[in-house]
Design a protein around this ligand. Structure first.
Ligand SMILES: Nc1ncnc2c1ncn2[C@@H]1O[C@H](COP(=O)(O)OC(=O)CCCC[C@@H]2CCSS2)[C@@H](O)[C@H]1O
Length: 372
């Protein structure tokens, strides 16, 4: 293990002793409290880093605070429906990824102006109130007049009204983590537009809904409150609150030798089957207008797969046999506009039909794709 000191930070690297993993490094350090900062700004690497620490580090006699930031991303909770929570066509247009985390709770937007903190402890020591106290005290240490308070649902509010932090948690058998956000200088117009679903009205589901709140950035009240200053203050307050004396150790989740298996963990949570496929069963009931004709579309989606699709269209507009063939093309496919577009294009290409019918099917496809 190398602990390279650069200014006040340390860099942890496993290259000196190939057999040292992050958990054996911690055992050698013998510290009760450790503060880490991720070298990555990639959501999948950072979520994998959380999972790796939770699964591999002995947290019975040790607590860890991980500080991390991401490039723009929308992060949904474990039991949520992304079609209900955000504007997926807009995310695709803006090139903003969607991630599903392992903890429950609602949907948030991150960019470089948002800090994330993960508090790892034994299940016994899991204490969200105390963790949030670290955050509010750190902010007050920087700016004593700041009105920041934690609520009963573990949000942090600014001036009693504006949300600046949201919380979620994962409880394992013996260990746990509590993670939360902090809005320093996030692009609020992107936040609010990407978190507005374009399809929520047509979806019926029992997925966990988010609880939208008015949000504010800390930099709105004091421009000196930037992410780096706040992260330093939180690290120092964590040491104060729990009586630790850790420096901030930078850890790179791309370091497979230090964290064996982390690359696969990161790959697994990037799969369509995890991000979309883990959506609780839902149905889509949409009324579309295609060529001035009313079309009723009903679909049942399980594990992200179209289980049943029905389209009601006046028979004089499109023959029922064609409609049946159209719907059976979608059955068993991913509820995904790219996959559906490919299947429906093949449907039109491989059947002999008049240009008029082909045009109608084309416009019907556009209607169906608009709700995906
Ligand atoms: N970054 C961020 N921080 C605070 N609040 C936010 C943020 N983005 C959106 N929101 C607001 O919170 C609600 C959703 O609130 P809701 O209470 O439903 O969900 C949460 O707070 C979840 C927090 C998850 C924290 C994890 C920590 C590491 S990875 S993500 C949303 O509609 C917005 O109004």
């Amino acid at each position: 293990m190398i602990l390279r000191l650069s200014n006040r930070a340390c860099v942890l690297s496993g290259s000196a002793r190939l057999k040292s993993t992050l958990s054996t490094c911690f055992d050698e350090m013998g510290k009760a409290g450790i503060i880490l900062k991720s070298a990555s700004t990639g959501i999948f690497e950072n979520l994998a880093l959380e999972d790796w620490i939770h699964d591999h580090v002995d947290l019975q006699n040790r607590s860890i605070l991980l500080l991390w930031r991401n490039s723009p991303v929308v992060v949904i909770g474990r039991h949520q429906n992304p079609w209900q929570e955000c504007n997926l066509p807009m995310l695709r247009r803006l090139g903003i990824p969607l991630a599903r985390r392992r903890s429950g709770g609602g949907t948030v937007f991150h960019d470089f102006g948002n800090i994330n903190m993960t508090f790892f402890t034994s299940k016994k020591k899991y204490d969200r109130h105390r963790n949030l106290k670290v955050v509010t005290s750190a902010l007050k240490a920087l700016k004593p007049d700041l009105d920041v308070t934690a609520t009963d649902r573990f949000d942090i509010l600014l001036n009693g009204h504006y949300k600046i932090s949201g919380t979620a948690a994962k409880l394992g058998r013996t260990s746990a983590y509590h993670h939360c956000t902090l809005l320093c200088s996030v692009d609020r117009s992107v936040l609010s537009s990407v978190l507005k679903s374009n399809t929520s009205e047509v979806i019926r589901s029992n997925a966990t809904p988010s609880v939208p709140s008015p949000v504010k950035n800390l930099s709105d009240v004091d421009p000196t409150l930037d992410s780096d200053t706040i992260m330093e203050a939180i690290a120092s307050q964590y040491n104060n609150e729990f009586g630790f004396d850790s420096q901030v150790i930078t850890v790179d989740p791309a370091h497979e030798a230090l964290m064996p298996g982390i690359h696969k963990m990161s790959k697994d949570i990037q799969m369509w089957e995890w991000i979309y496929g883990k959506t609780p069963k839902f149905s889509v009931c949409a009324s579309l207008v295609v060529d001035d004709v009313n079309v009723k579309l009903d679909m049942d989606i399980k594990s992200g797969i179209v289980e049943q699709c029905a389209v009601e269209i006046p028979e004089d507009w499109l023959p029922p046999e064609t409609v049946n063939e159209f719907t059976s093309t979608l059955n068993g496919s991913k509820y995904c506009p790219n996959e559906a577009a490919v299947l429906l294009a093949a449907f039109v290409r491989t059947r002999s039909m008049s240009a008029g019918v082909a045009g109608k099917i084309q416009r019907l496809c556009e209607g169906v794709l608009s709700v995906m």
